[in-house]
Design a protein around this ligand. Sequence first.
Ligand SMILES: *Cc1c(COP(=O)(O)O)cnc(C)c1O
Length: 470
Amino acid sequence: MTNPDGAGGQQVDTAAIQKLDSAHYLHPFTDFKSLNASGARVMVRGEGIYLWDSNGNKTLDGMSGLWCVNVGYGRTSIADAVHRQMATLPFYNSFFNTTNVPAARLAAKLAEISPPGFEHVYFTGSGSEANDTNVRMVRRYWEVLGCPERQIIISRDNAYHGSTVAAASLSGMSGMHAQGGAPIPGIVHIGQPSYLESGRGMSEDAFGIEAASWLEAKILALGADRVAAFIGEPVQGAGGVIIPPATYWPEIQRICDKYGVLLIADEVICGFGRLGAWFSSALFGIKPDLITFAKGVTSGYVPMGGVLVGDRVAEVLIERGGEFAHGFTYSGHPVACAAALENIRIIEDEGLLQQVAGVTAPHLKRRFAELASHPLVGHADSCGLVAGLNLVRAKGQVVHDDESFDPALGVGMVCRGHMFDNGMIMRAVGDRMIIAPPLVMDCAQIDEMIGRIRHCLDLTYADLQARGWL
Ligand SMILES: *Cc1c(COP(=O)(O)O)cnc(C)c1O
């Protein structure tokens, strides 16, 4: 018997689902027509670090879904917490001077696990909404302080901060800005701290200072009295796992302090254990004023996002701001909060932060760096449980001499195809291949993953040779 939703492990009619999908479902960040030509892969089940599709193929999920399933698939205790909350109080809003039990408890828990100086949280339904909230919140902060001209937010090229109008504007991706009128006025960009892209002839440390100086130059060009905030991901995720030089963030902090500019750390990927700590700001030597979170807060089991609001901003908004005219129907959704509380309990009880920081991140760093010996791989690096490698046509003596492929060839997508076809999910960003595996992955599973990646790199190499691209 076929079961259209795949629940309970029954057979799924793949062709029927694909037909419904291509007839009616417009996928995010997707060329609709070309997807419809090939048909979407139908995922039906997950357990730990593995996924199964409707044809029974088992895949190692090197991307934690989309950087979010931090505690892995198949956590029945989250399902139970969600079920209990739905049966008790599935929804009530927080607008009418009301709250709910999980929202209040989660807010307190977040204050406990966030860096010193963060006692308050604003809940949203996603990371994009959280960054929209940041835009309105930092501008409101300056209005309350009597500086309404401080409106501009500085972000970076190739950043990813979400896909709503304001978040797409904060994002620095040219493909997004080419469509639909982003960026909106009042949001400007500086270069990203990509040593591979822009650091030629410099040490990494010198490049970090150089890249941070672009912020100071931009502030001076605009006039500090017009700049509200700077926003950045500690490690850029969707832009291709770009790990900045160690000198970069402390210098950014110094510049923000010098001009009184608020600092927003978008930790939607870097938070909730991905880099071996609840939040990664301290690891990079920064004390942000606002921290964006989403994804790992519920391990993706239920949508949720939010902003941790530091004391500098919270005191002004609370003591002097009056009503903040902003909010979402699902701010503090009791079911999402219940999922987050159980997710956080799992991370604590299983010691996942310690496991990542002390055991698996160092192991991944060692094993992933070995991939640089492959003839197709230029630079390979990792930070916590995110990692990325560059596919190159020929290797030079130093990374800046590596010869890249013609971007039009889409070599990254060719490689991604071999990964998908061979039980490994690794994402392509141009010709950079990236992973962000679930935090529950142990060292043996890391070894298994590296083996799969190496095998698929071999297949890609042979394929590119056959095409005459090497
Ligand atoms: C995914 C992501 C967002 C957007 O979150 P959504 O929940 O997709 O709206 C924002 N910032 C970063 C760094 C992200 O990775």
